[in-house]
Design a protein around this ligand. Sequence first.
Ligand code: KPL
Length: 314
Amino acid sequence: MKVCIVGAGAMGSLFGGRLAHAGTDVILYDIFAEHVDAINREGLSIIGLEGAVETVRPAATGDIHGTAGADVYIFFVKANATAGAASAIALEAPEGALAVTLQNGLGNGDILAAEFGSDRTVVGVTSQGATFLGPGRIRHGGTGPTHLATISGRNDILAPLVKALGCAGIETHVEPNIDDLIWSKLVINVGINALTALTGFINGQLAAYGGTKELMELLVDEAVAVAKARGVTLAYEDPVARVLEVAHKTAQNRSSMLQDVDRGRPTEIDVINGAIVAEGRRLAVPTPYNRAVTLLVRALDQKRSREKGPGESP
Ligand code: KPL
């Protein structure tokens, strides 16, 4: 089986690196030329959970034609790049190849399904964590299960991918109620990501200050009300307690949204808190706090893109 990772940032490099290490034929695709060059020149260094450094040698490319011929395409690009990447990859992918999203937020599966068809589109959620350290270098920050399902419900076709991921040390399960798990992860991101992006706090600091802790609870309560109106069953009893637990367990993390702000890249606010606002509007559930943080993070995004000016790369 050949796997193409579309978007080889921290998480894409982790999945691609682990798969390559276990003997799967992997190609990492990314537009960050220094990262691609470093991997092809010196390999990909992964600082493991216990601190040991392992260097693996997946092939990497910045050329879209280099992605041709894979059996599985796993998308890890930022949400605002999904549509462009999906339409470009669909031209290279063989008939019958699977398109998998393990990205944050809502809506990526629908974008992939529009290009690849619902039979070939796989949505999922992962509890793995990784941080990008620099070209050719990542840190594996946390581990946990990964769950997958096809949009069409034809989950038998997932067996080879589940096996390959398992062999790579990425515990993976097929989960028919994947929407519940995607929402369960979304609620966590709703409570943590925007607040860290706005304050510059690492995850663990959110609970240490009254203002951020209270706002976290308000954001999560709104998301839970929207999830209930949509008929979602969350994977935990007490959502606020769960978000606080994740913030505690990932205390030293700079959330993915804070890392985007750090690096001057557009954030995923519209598929996280913005998605709660959009779903809330559709289901007549008020979401004023999520709307407020969405507007603030969008303003940060706009400020950064104005400062950067046209034509500058991220
Ligand atoms: O998923 C995450 C992210 O940063 O996007 C959390 C769980 C908040 C960990 O940082």
